[in-house]
Design a protein around this ligand. Structure first.
Ligand code: XMP
Length: 535
């Protein structure tokens, strides 16, 4: 999304202090059909003034205001906002910064912090919450510091059940703060809180939509790829790369060359299923390359999750280079570009996004298509969804006519089953066992009609054995974990609450059909503190 297109829209400016959730705020704003711009937290006052923001949101971040050099708004920021009557909302670190800079006090939390779900009580009268009928709401926290004394003119309008001040306001100065994260889907009424702030308090007009994003991205591809250039696209069989290929195909036609790599890390019968769909439903010409042996050879002996991810990224690039060399023989020129369905969560979790100012953010895991790419990559990347979230891509897919059955597929990570076999993936039959278990789990979910309610479901092969009794005999066999989560974007997630009858049924099916497994466990961890995948 180019900032240039902001001119005709009211701008919601988000200053980024490095939280994993900053982009979610951007996205929530877009869901409300408002144009949002993300600037680094240390952006100069002139740069801020340059976009003439209608409202400014200060994001969360991993810092403490007490740490020397911790990021903050530029000098003169609050004076500028007061002069222009621009409302300011601080979220988590943003609220602590407001408190600290305007004369209040922030300290390490007495209880050691609040992480995950936490109920809060709302004061009887407040501008931020006056649309809510309930006075207690469950919100999602992730903080170690908290405000203990508020600046003059501010009121605490919500407290957590641990006693922390979790929302503040100064309606005269139009400065507000949430200690919790209203942008994550697990905060009850979170979206309504953002909406109420933007529409009810800041009066921002809703004048922006996904059709425009699609047009902007198509124009961008046209401008990036020269008229005689060719492009290759690696299709994974997932939603993102498929929609990316469909979009690029619409712009470039047969200058797009798609390849599907069987990397040896696919699920049960996946190669046939995916190739059939490409051919029969999407009418995309796709070449299937079997690269399973070199990939598994490269992974042999690797058990560190990051080492595995980097190896997979590098091996993928080898395939693309070979494919480009082959194409050169028929086209007379080498494709210069590589299309990837990279999403914004892949980018934030792999590295600080360029220009985002997230100097302090941490690598959670190197997504194979971002942090796993080699430095000497010989392609220029075409990544139309680098700033988008999964359901925005799904919306674009629908606009492009991609069939719904494809759009609704659960996400599957690029490194495939390698991140679902803990440790060395190549050892004795682990991948095959996992394929069988996964297939039973997914089929059972489909049979029970639960597939569309769940964001993602899969099995994980654990590096332990357990003692059991099978057919009156002692067994010493493998343990598998099942994971199913609900999520809106993959940034936060909660475990799916199956009925005991479902869990009993699926566990029986697995242990009866897969002889090398004698124990099934169900993962009941949210994200955070876990991630969706185990590695
Ligand atoms: P995590 O495990 O980080 O996953 O909570 C969030 C979402 O991203 C998917 N995922 C990946 N997707 N390449 C991808 O294309 C990767 O390297 C990768 N790692 C995780 C994961 O399945 C979930 O949907």
């Amino acid at each position: 999304m180019s900032v240039a297109s902001a001119h005709q829209h009211a701008v919601v400016l988000i200053l980024d202090y490095g939280s994993q959730y900053t982009q979610l705020i951007t996205r929530r704003v877009r869901e409300l059909s408002m144009f949002s711009v993300l600037f680094p937290g240390d952006a100069s006052l002139d740069r801020i003034k340059g976009v003439n923001p209608r409202v400014v949101i200060l994001s969360g971040g991993p810092n403490s205001v007490h740490v020397e050099g911790s990021p903050r708004v530029p000098d003169g920021f609050f004076e500028y906002c007061a002069e222009k009557n621009v409302p300011v909302l601080g979220v988590c670190y943003g609220m602590q910064m407001i408190t600290h800079l305007l004369g209040g006090e922030v300290k390490p939390a007495v209880h050691g912090g609040e992480y995950g779900r936490m109920p809060m009580d709302i004061a009887p009268s407040s501008q931020l919450f006056d649309f809510l009928s309930s006075s207690t709401v469950n919100v999602w926290m992730s903080h170690g510091d908290e405000a203990v004394k508020l600046p003059a003119g501010f009121t605490a309008v919500a407290k957590s059940h641990q006693g922390a001040i979790v929302a503040i306001e100064n309606s005269e100065r139009r400065i507000y703060g949430f200690q919790f994260h209203p942008e994550v889907m697990h905060t009850e009424h979170g979206m309504e809180m953002i909406k109420h702030f933007l529409i009810g308090i800041a009066a921002v007009p809703a004048d922006w939509n996904m059709g425009q994003v699609l047009e902007e991205q198509m124009a961008k591809i046209k401008a990036q790829v020269g008229p005689d250039d060719h492009v290759i696209c690696a299709l994974s069989g997932g939603v993102d790369s498929t929609v990316a290929a469909t979009l690029v195909h619409k712009v470039l036609g047969d200058r797009l060359h798609c390849v599907f790599v069987d990397n040896g890390l696919l699920r049960y019968n996946e190669q046939q299923r995916v190739m059939d769909t490409f051919k029969n439903h999407l009418h995309l010409p796709v070449l299937c390359v079997d690269h399973s042996k070199p990939m598994l050879d490269r992974l042999r002996g690797l058990s560190d999750p990051e080492a595995k991810r980097k190896a997979i990224g590098a091996e993928f690039i080898e395939v693309f280079k070979n494919y480009a060399n082959e194409l050169e023989k028929t086209l007379g020129r080498k494709p210069k570009y590589l299309v990837q369905g990279t999403l914004y969560p892949d980018v934030i979790e792999s590295c600080p996004p360029p220009g985002s100012g997230q100097k302090h953010s941490h690598t959670i895991k190197s997504h194979h298509n971002v942090g796993g790419l080699p430095k000497d990559l010989q392609f220029e990347l075409v990544e139309p969804f680098r700033e988008l979230f999964k359901d925005e891509v799904r919306a674009i897919g629908r606009l492009l006519g991609v069939p719904d059955q494809f759009i609704k597929r659960h996400p599957f990570p690029g490194p495939g089953l390698a991140v679902r076999v803990i440790g060395d993936v190549t050892e004795d039959g682990k991948l095959d066992t996992l394929r069988e278990v996964d297939e039973i789990f997914i089929n059972t979910i489909r049979e029970y009609g639960l597939y569309d309610e769940i964001w993602q479901a899969f099995a994980v092969f654990l590096p332990i054995k357990s003692v059991g009794v099978q057919g009156d005999q002692r067994s010493h066999a493998h343990v598998v974990a099942l994971r199913a989560v609900t999520s809106g974007d993959g940034m936060t997630a909660d475990w799916y609450s199956f009925t005991p009858a479902f869990l009993r049924d699926v566990s029986n099916r697995i242990c009866n059909k897969v002889r090398s497994v004698n124990r099934v466990v169900y993962d009941i961890t949210s994200k955070p503190p876990g991630t969706i995948e185990w590695e």
